[in-house]
Every structure is written in C-alpha cells, then in structure tokens.
Design a protein around this ligand. Structure first.
Ligand code: AMP
Ligand code: MG
Length: 330
C-alpha cells in the first residue's frame, strides 16, 4: 500500500509526466456569426476542436434558410420535404418551446423575417398589406410533422435563426463534456460553459451594453456548465427615416417587437432552451416575461429596458454584479 502511494506521489511530482490542462482554441465563422471555441485540456485538443467545427458546419448547411441547397431552404421552397435527424429534433423541441411561450417564439416565422429583408441583407420597411399577408403565412398551425417529413401550408416557411446557435452550442458542449474537458464556447451572443476551469475560478461572462456592445455593463459569474444567451436589438438592425428596426419579430404584429426591452439574457442549463427563451422573452416584454419566469422553473434572466434600467431574476443574486440593477423576486 505504502509502495503504491509512493509511486503515485512520484508520478504526480515527476515533471513532464502529468500535464496541466492548457487553453487550446479555434475560431471560425459559421451560422452567420463569429465563433470562438476554447478548451482546457491536458492532451492535444485539436481532434475535439475539429469535431466541433465539423458539427457546426454540418448544422449550418442543414439549417440555413439562405443557402439554396440546404434541407431547410429546399423545404421552404417546396412546401414539403424530409429534414435530417438533427434538424427534425430541433424542430420538435422548438415547436414545444413555441407552445410553452404562447407563440412568442415562432419557428414558422420566415415569411415575416424575409419580408423585412433581414436574412438576405435587403432590409426595408414593408407595406401594411405585405405585413398582413406575411403574418397570415406564419405560425405553427401551418406546420405538420410526420416522422421526418414536414409539410408547410399557405406559403409558411421555417426559420431556425432564434435557436440554431443555442442548439449547436449545446451539442458542442456535449462533445467537450464527453471528452472530460472544461470549455467556454462563444457563438455570437451565445456563451456555453462546460465544467470547471483548471484554476477553479468562476467563468466570467460580460453583459453587453446595447449602446456599445463591445463593452460590458455587468458581469455574470458562474461555476460549472451553463448556457448564457443574449437577444438584443443591437445585434442586427437597420435604420430607415431615422427609425431603428431590429431583427426580433413579434409574431402577433409582424413588426420588430416593440416590447420596451433592448436586451434579454437567459441563464439556463440547456443552450437551445436558453436561446429560444431569450428571443421569446424579448418579444413578451418585461411584465409578461417576469410572469413567465415566476411560473417556469430552472432559468434566470437579465433584462435591459429602453431606459437602460437593468433587472435580474433572483437566482442570479450573488452571481450577477452590476451597479444600479434591480432584482426581481420570486
Ligand atoms: P435571436 O437573436 O436568438 O433572438 O434570434 C433572432 C433571429 O430569429 C432573427 O434573426 C430571425 O431569423 C428569427 N426570429 C425573429 N423573430 C423571431 C420570433 N419571434 N420567433 C422565432 N424566430 C424569430
Ligand atoms: Mg434566441
């Protein structure tokens, strides 16, 4: 026994025999955003980083609404088609989240999003008549799922823009977890943490200032595995006649959500759920979102309103630091 202990001790002390986890990273552009993959691993993490990059590229080419050959673009054009397994799984989970949020999140919203020109970079304010027509084509009532085959009626089209990054981040986090390494994965406004940093310090995630997104208004400190996802009116927008129009649509009006919020950050265990909720709660506005949070376990949120007042839900007490922020109690 004593011998075994001494051998183990020697192994631990032998320089070069036991590697400390080191930061290894990869950057790429996919899903219409810049992605940074950071992994803390004792071994060479290149195979893992490569696996993540391949997964992200594969999902990008499956889910893109603008690449003519993608299964989703083909389905949107034809009105019927089979989706690959992972896209189908994403659709099922997003439909469930759509129902849970009373339709504030709507994956069948592409008629509205494309009308405003957001994905094709041809942004402009449509006419009332066009908006009425696009609104009539949106919503889950136009979506039928039979196995992996999706049928879209009345010109309805799917758009996974509100959830794709969260889903992809979650799957990449799963790969890091399976490999037993700590990681922080940043996909645009989505951050996914996995495990514990080698120095055991908390993950620190900045809350972007809507007026200057490169700087932070506050810091979220978390330990362990989390998804932190922000939807903000500053992430994609255009201006016409001095008015700013952003990319988060209210399915009820067919216009950019005028909910009194500038950003919503969700902290949850699951990336897809966090991403879907960030969009949905932005559409709901502070009052409805607070009500939703009170009725729904297992997530927390930070809101910035149009007066730049910051609110955060009680579960983030002690984890979110920001001057002047107001806590929302259960
Ligand atoms: P996010 O940045 O996660 O809030 O997602 C916004 C993107 O999702 C937009 O660029 C649209 O492609 C799409 N989208 C906009 N409004 C909605 C909505 N109410 N429900 C679902 N997807 C939406
Ligand atoms: Mg989202």
């Amino acid at each position: 026994m004593k011998k075994l202990f001494l051998c183990l001790l020697a192994l631990l002390l032998l320089p070069g025999c036991v590697h400390q986890p080191a930061l290894q990273e990869a950057d790429l552009f996919a899903m219409d955003t810049t992605i940074s993959l950071q992994v803390y691993a004792a071994e060479d993490a290149q195979p893992l980083l490569k696996q993540m990059q391949q997964l992200l590229s594969a999902l990008d080419s499956q889910l893109s609404v603008t690449r003519p050959g993608s299964p989703v673009a083909q389905l949107n054009a034809a009105g019927q088609g089979a989706l690959p397994e992972s896209a189908c799984e994403l659709l099922k989970q997003t439909m469930a989240l759509s129902r849970e949020t009373g339709g504030a999140l709507d994956p069948a919203i592409y008629s509205i999003v494309s009308l405003w020109g957001f994905t094709a970079e041809t942004q402009h304010v449509p006419t009332e008549a066009e908006i009425t027509e696009a609104k009539a084509a949106a919503g889950l009532s136009h979506v039928a799922l039979d196995g992996n085959t999706v049928t879209l009626s009345d010109g309805c089209q799917l758009d996974f823009g509100a959830v794709a990054k969260g889903y992809a981040g979650q799957l990449c986090a799963g790969l890091a977890k399976d490999a037993g390494v700590a990681a922080v994965l940043t996909l645009g406004g989505n951050v996914q943490t996995v495990g514990t940093k080698p120095d055991r310090s908390d993950w620190q995630i900045g809350l972007a200032d809507p007026d200057d997104p490169a700087s932070s208004l506050g810091v979220i400190q978390l330990s362990g595995s989390w998804a932190v996802v922000t939807s903000g009116d500053y992430q994609r927008y255009f201006e016409e006649n001095g008015v700013r129009y952003h990319h988060i649509m209210d399915p009820a009006t067919g216009y950019p959500a005028a909910s009194g919020l500038r950003s919503v950050t969700i902290v949850a265990q699951d990336g897809l759920r966090a991403d879907g909720l960030s969009t949905a709660l932005f559409v709901m506005g502070l009052e409805r979102a607070t009500e939703f949070w009170r009725q729904t376990e297992a997530f927390d949120a930070i809101f910035i309103d149009t007066q730049n007042q910051i609110y955060y839900t009680q579960g983030l007490e002690g984890k979110f630091s920001c001057d002047g922020a107001v806590m929302i109690a259960r």
